[in-house]
Design a protein around this ligand. Structure first.
Ligand SMILES: Nc1ncnc2c1ncn2[C@@H]1O[C@H](COP(=O)(O)OP(=O)(O)OP(=O)(O)O)[C@@H](O)[C@H]1O
Ligand SMILES: [Mg+2]
Length: 338
């Protein structure tokens, strides 16, 4: 399964999407180039209106791009014959923030629905639906109607339904945005399990960093219809290069200045040292200077410390110099702000 992650399953080439509206043309996507690899969990993050939903909708041709190409398993979607295109689209299951279940149908019937459309015979469809409901942990709610389920349960039904046509890719547009943190966690775990055990490529759209961090291998940050940066989650989180990446990950610098005044600060960047290593405690001991932690956003990703911490530098120039020197000799990545 490991080396399958090297193969590209979806390639976007110069993808663009414009909408004609009463107020003129809106460019939702502009020259998007992206490779999504077989078997990975790929995150797409950005602010509201950045173009995330349009991007996933173009990937499976729910929206037809105005320019560029979507290449699925080496083949250009727009050049495919209708039947082949339908098959390719069936290979991409989709789940939404609002679940989009059919209210008049029970759980089992909801999961059978895409198989009806695909003309799978009834008995086979039912058998497959039962297996999928077991996979998502709802085997005892098959006769329930959507209105009788919690949000998390509804999303589980939607996941089972998306899996009904044996997709190779699962597209998730803000799939956990309507759920509380614990339910979010359990849905993300389910997506990860589907990815790991069935080798299904998962594309996760979100505006929440925590979602990316929880399950994604790589991430693209999208901003005003463009891709601002793309890379491994651990790399982007420890050193975002784009303005929007810094804003999303490090927080809004302007907002921080407003909160903390104009004093000199140092930002320590944790980019993967052992999370058990007490950088700050060692620094305070070595420099004999107390420091103020203004803001910290660090996390433990597989035993490595990731994130950043904002410290107020002492007014005394000698003390401040000692701290800088300590950080340099200890090989701690840092930058001075203001
Ligand atoms: N059908 C449409 N007609 C006109 N404009 C549209 C249409 N769909 C999207 N847009 C515009 O395209 C831009 C991108 O929208 P999109 O829904 O892709 O953003 P998003 O990143 O998913 O935002 P959110 O986080 O709020 O869901 C926005 O300016 C939006 O108004
Ligand atoms: Mg959206």
């Amino acid at each position: 399964m490991e080396n399958r992650k090297e193969e590209t399953i979806i390639r976007l080439e110069g993808l663009g999407k414009q909408f004609a509206t009463a107020n003129g043309t809106v460019t939702a996507l502009d020259d998007i180039n992206l490779d999504i690899r077989q078997g990975e969990v790929f995150g797409i993050i950005g602010l509201s209106g950045a173009g995330k939903s349009t991007l996933v909708r173009c990937i499976n041709y729910l929206e037809v791009p105005t320019s560029g190409r979507v290449i699925f398993e080496g083949k250009n979607l727009s050049a495919m014959k209708e039947k082949e295109k339908r098959q390719a689209r069936q290979s991409m299951g989709m789940i939404f923030q609002q679940f989009n279940l059919l209210a008049q149908r029970n759980v089992l019937q909801n999961v059978c629905f895409p198989m009806e459309i695909a003309k799978v015979n009834k008995a086979d469809a039912r058998k497959r639906a039962e297996e999928l409901l077991k996979l998502v942990g709802l085997e005892d709610r098959m006769k329930a109607y959507p209105a009788q389920l919690s949000g998390g349960q509804k999303q589980r039904v939607a996941i089972a339904r998306a899996m009904a046509t044996n997709p190779k890719v699962l597209l998730c547009d803000e799939a956990t945005s309507a759920l509380d943190p614990n339910t979010t966690k359990s849905i993300l775990q389910l997506l990860k399990k589907i990815n790991k055990e069935m080798g299904i490529t998962v594309i996760v759209i979100t505006h929440e960093m925590a979602v990316i961090e929880a399950i994604c291998d790589r991430v693209a940050i999208i901003d005003h219809s463009h891709i601002a940066e793309v890379g491994k989650v651990s790399e982007i989180f420890s050193g975002p290069k784009s303005d929007i990446g810094r804003q999303l990950i490090l927080g809004d610098a302007a907002a921080q200045r407003a909160t903390f005044g104009n004093s000199r600060q140092i930002r320590i960047i944790f980019d993967g040292r052992e999370s058990s290593e007490p950088v700050l405690a060692n620094m305070v001991l070595a420099c004999k200077v107390p420091v103020n932690i203004m803001h910290a956003d660090t996390r433990d990703i597989e035993g490595k410390a990731m994130g950043h911490m904002l410290l107020q530098l002492p007014e005394d120039e000698v003390d401040a110099g000692r701290i800088r020197n300590y950080l340099k000799t200890a090989n701690v990545t840092f930058e001075e702000v203001r």
